[in-house]
Every structure is written in structure tokens, then in C-alpha cells.
Ligand binder design. Structure first.
Ligand SMILES: NC(=O)c1ccc[n+]([C@@H]2O[C@H](COP(=O)([O-])OP(=O)(O)OC[C@H]3O[C@@H](n4cnc5c(N)ncnc54)[C@H](OP(=O)(O)O)[C@@H]3O)[C@@H](O)[C@H]2O)c1
Length: 231
């Protein structure tokens, strides 16, 4: 597969469901796509699969919940690809449970991976974007950050925090040609659910635009890609 667009896009959590779909769609659109991975074994399988499908997408290790690890990853990408034009903050986890039972570590893990990661990644690419007068930050959020969800105080708080971050940063950097947006992914498949019951996911889905389980990864990815294109 040829790719001709010189804009470089970094997608965090690239080996996950939505990450993979976004990588493919943006690659097909001609972007130079680089991904971030967290688990080596998963990354090796992912790269082999992508290669077999004709996608030339390199993965870089980084624990986006950790500022230093993220910084090393970004430095590595920039030394190889020059600079990052578009950052998609997609990596995320859930550790669901009612607050009354929630462990302190499950609170921190979700806030660190879903929200602090957005700071860790964005903080370390934003100056370059400002200097070049061009940049796109896309934060993958969730409808649950807006309306709340039973058993997801940690996750909903992280995603709601992402909305405030997005709106505030957008004000700070618009004058430098940098846009900051969030995208509401909706429940599109079961895998991400971890502790979430199928019943609860189904009830989420019935409230979503499409109202069905599965096969939404591609449409979510297309939504993000579309938002990138419109910038
Ligand atoms: N699936 C849905 O229905 C849905 C709905 C609304 C919003 N979202 C949001 O969409 C995004 C992607 O969801 P998904 O369903 O594609 O999830 P997923 O399949 O579970 O993928 C999540 C990705 O994040 C990576 N990751 C986790 N912790 C990380 C860390 N500390 N550093 C770097 N990468 C890390 C995972 O890598 P490892 O597996 O190697 O740890 C994985 O590649 C998330 O932000 C999620 O909150 C999803």
C-alpha cells in the first residue's frame, strides 16, 4: 500500500480495537501513521498482522500513564520521523466497580491511563506544533464522561476531565494553528468492557445512535479520521 501524505500521526493505544481501526483508516488515507504500544507480545503480533495486510505502521513503546516513558517514546519518534503533526490520545482502560467498593489503585490506574496520559503526551508535542504553526490533537473520549455511568466514577471522571482539558487547551493554542478536539466514542464492542456486564453494555448501546453491539470500531475510526480531515 502506497502512502503519500507527509503528515505524521501518532495514535496511542494503537494495538487496541479502536486504535487499530484508526491506524488502518488514516494509513489508507495516506498519512504516515505511527502507533504506540504497551505490551510487547501484543505489539509483535499486531505488527506481523498489519504487515500481512499491507499496512506499513511502526509501533513505539511507551507507558502513556508515565511522563518520562512517554517523553522517551516521543523523542524516539521525532528522531525518526521528524515531528508529530497529529496526536490521537486514544489509550485507555476501565476498572469498573461501584465507588463503595473501588480500590484506590483502580481509581489511580484509570485516571493515570485515561486522563494524565493526555497531559503526558500533549505536553510533550505541543511546543513543536506551536513552533510550526500547525498541529492537531484528538482526544478519544466517551459519552460516559458526559452523562455518567453506573460503576464508572473513575472512568467517567477521567473522560469528563479530558473534555475540560480539550476546551481549555483549544483556547490557548488556536492562534498558533493548532486545534484540539475530543471525539465521543460510543460503545462499539464488548472487548473493552472488562468488568462491565453484557447487559450494561447492551443498555448503553440502545442509547447510542446505532443501537447494536459490534462492528462500530470502523465507524468510530471513520469519525475520528473525518474530524482530522476537516481541520
Ligand atoms: N470500546 C468502546 O466501546 C469505547 C467506548 C467509548 C470510548 N472508548 C475509548 O476509546 C479508546 C480505545 O478503546 P478500545 O475499545 O479500543 O480499547 P482497547 O481495545 O482495550 O485498547 C486500549 C489500548 O490502550 C493501550 N493501553 C492501555 N494502557 C496503556 C498505557 N499505560 N500506555 C500505553 N498504552 C496503553 C492498550 O495496550 P495494552 O493492551 O498492551 O495494555 C490498548 O492498545 C479508549 O480511550 C476508550 O476509553 C471506547
Amino acid at each position: 500500500m502506497e502512502n503519500s501524505n507527509k503528515r505524521t500521526v501518532l495514535i496511542t493505544g494503537a494495538t487496541g480495537g479502536l486504535g487499530t481501526a484508526m491506524c488502518k483508516e488514516l494509513y489508507k488515507d495516506g498519512y504516515t501513521v505511527v502507533g504506540n504500544y504497551h505490551t510487547k507480545e501484543k505489539a509483535d503480533k499486531w505488527m506481523a498482522q498489519m504487515k500481512s495486510e499491507g499496512f506499513n505502521i511502526e509501533l513505539f513503546y511507551g507507558d502513556v500513564s508515565d511522563y518520562e516513558s512517554t517523553g522517551k517514546m516521543i523523542a524516539e519518534i521525532e528522531s525518526k520521523y521528524g515531528h508529530i503533526d497529529t496526536l490521537v490520545n486514544n489509550a485507555g482502560i476501565t476498572r469498573d466497580g461501584r465507588l463503595i467498593n473501588m480500590k484506590v489503585e483502580d481509581w489511580h490506574a484509570v485516571i493515570n491511563t485515561n486522563l494524565n496520559s493526555v497531559f503526558n503526551c500533549t505536553r510533550q508535542v505541543i511546543q513543536g506544533m506551536i513552533d510550526r504553526n500547525f498541529g492537531r490533537i484528538i482526544n478519544i473520549s466517551s459519552v460516559n464522561g458526559q452523562r455518567g455511568q453506573f460503576g464508572q466514577t473513575n472512568y467517567s471522571a477521567a473522560k469528563a476531565g479530558m473534555h475540560g482539558f480539550t476546551k481549555s487547551l483549544a483556547m490557548e493554542v488556536a492562534k498558533y494553528g493548532v486545534t484540539v478536539k475530543y471525539y465521543f466514542a460510543r460503545i462499539y464492542w464488548y472487548r473493552h468492557g472488562h468488568g462491565c456486564s453484557r447487559k450494561s453494555i447492551k443498555s448503553n448501546c440502545s442509547a447510542s445512535a446505532n443501537g447494536s453491539l459490534g462492528r462500530h470500531a470502523r465507524s468510530s475510526a471513520l469519525g475520528v479520521v473525518f474530524s482530522e480531515r476537516r481541520n
